[in-house]
Every structure is written in C-alpha cells, then in structure tokens.
Design a binder for this molecule. Structure first.
Ligand code: CIR
Length: 260
C-alpha cells in the first residue's frame, strides 16, 4: 500500500517562511481547497492518505516533505533549516514510528526534506540556505550502512534542490539548469523547464505519472510531448508560500520498514 502522509493547511499559513518571494495575501480557504484537490489527485493515482494532526501555530506545517526522509528501511527526521519550522517534526516523527524505525538528525545539522532527491540508491542533497554540510554528513552516516550514496549538490537562486530538479520517470529528471548544475546528475536523462517557467522543475512522481501545478503550462506541454502522463492540480495559493507539489506529502510504501 502506498501511503501519502499529509498535514492540513494551518490558519496561520500567511505567516509562512519566505525566501525568494515577496509576501502576498494568501486565501487560506482557497489553499485548503487546493490541498484537498491535491489529496484527491494522490488518491486517484493509488495513494492512501494518512493525515498528521494539524498545528494551527505552525504556518508551514502543510509542507510536510521538509520534516522527514522516508526510505524503505528507516525514517529520518530532518532538522529544518528555518528555526520556525523545527517544532513541526515531533508529530511527524510520532506518525512515522508506526511504519519505520525512526532516526533523528541533531544540531548543528540542518536539513530540509525538500533538499533530498532520491534516485535509486543515490540521495542527492542540496546545499542550500536550509541544509548544511553537517546535515549531509549525518544523513550519510545513517544511510551508508543501508547502501545509499549521499551526493551533495550546490543549488543557487531557489529554495531547495527539488525546486531545481525532480524525478519524472525512470532515470529521467526535470531540471532548471540555472539553479543546479546538470552534470551533477551523471547519466540521467534531463528535461529542461520552459525558460519562461523557472519554478517549473518540481513534479511529484507516482510510478509512471506525475502530479504537476497548472501554473506551468508550457513545461507541462513539454512533458506531455515526451509521453509523461501529467495530472495537473491548482496549487497557486500554496505557491505563494513557496510550496511546490512534492512538499505537501511524504510518499512511502506501508509494506516496508516495520512491516517487512
Ligand atoms: C518554507 O519556506 O519553508 C515554506 N514556506 C515553503 C516550503 C516548501 N517546501 C518544499 O518545497 N519542500
């Protein structure tokens, strides 16, 4: 069973962290409707939604991806780079403990899950304003014995590694080469975002299909032309909080980890 762990949109979303965008009013009700549409999209692609209790006082709690990395063997609780987000991890750790042995990154490490791109047994980790070399080192110590390679990658001009690059198929990545250097990804086949849609590199892959924002239509056309099955969702309010489609869920199989 494929689980999509999500967390509700907080009433305080308008007080979210912002790095690259100017603050603009967020319609929380609309954000909630969009989040519901996102969850329906996940369900339509076969995922079962598991909801972590909401946290009204944590504006960015909906962006659950940043709080953890879930592998087949373990769940690793991140230590978000933004201090305002560190209290998000406790409830997520409790929820994940039902599925995996849980490990926790500790200070001085910082790591946001949005900076971790898994491709097979390789974990590419963005060195961003949120994730530091100690975060990379701790992640490596935890995952090396499990057979993962941890590869740090410089990112520039965007929030997270997965703002710049995400997986859209087997060995296939969607990338904005202005924000991350393509050679870092070795043999992967790269599809570039439309130059007019720099924020369009964040896609959420479930098997052969991707969930993708409606607000990058030209990149969506590129993907469709390559034979990628694209399910679009309106996520414009969450985008005002610098949220993409990967960041609103943790996807993992329930049939691994503790259940194995
Ligand atoms: C933040 O700045 O932390 C949130 N406002 C947005 C986080 C988006 N996370 C993600 O793309 N993985």
């Amino acid at each position: 069973m494929l689980i999509a762990m999500t967390r509700p949109v907080s009433a305080s979303l308008g007080d979210c962290e912002l790095t690259h965008l100017a603050r603009s009013p967020i319609d929380v009700e609309r954000a909630r409707e969009q989040h519901a549409g996102y969850q329906r999209a996940l369900e339509s692609l076969g995922a079962t939604i598991v909801t972590v209790p909401g946290a009204a006082e944590l504006p960015d709690a909906v962006f659950i991806e940043d709080t953890a990395l879930v592998l087949e063997e373990v769940a690793i609780i991140a230590r978000p780079g933004a201090a305002s987000r560190r209290a998000e991890t406790g409830a997520v750790a409790r929820a994940l403990a039902g599925y995996r042995p849980v490990h926790q990154l500790t200070a001085p490490a910082t790591l946001d899950g949005g900076d971790v791109l898994r491709v097979g047994r390789t974990l590419f980790v963005g060195l961003s304003a949120r994730s530091n070399p100690e975060g990379v080192a701790q992640l490596r110590r935890l995952t090396d014995p499990l057979g993962y390679a941890v590869v740090p990658v410089e990112v520039r001009g965007c929030l997270h590694l997965k703002s710049a690059v995400s997986q859209i198929g087997e060995g296939e990545l969607l990338i904005n080469p202005a924000w991350v250097s393509p050679p870092a990804f070795g043999a992967a086949e790269l599809v570039c975002v439309d130059p007019g849609e720099p924020g369009g590199a964040n896609a959420l892959r479930l098997g052969q299909r991707i969930i993708y924002p409606t607000h990058y239509p030209r990149t969506a056309d590129r993907l469709a032309a390559r034979g990628v099955t694209v399910l679009t969702v309106d996520s414009s309010e969450l985008a005002k909080a610098e949220g993409g489609v990967t960041c609103c869920s943790l996807l993992f199989s329930a049939d691994a980890g503790l259940a194995a």
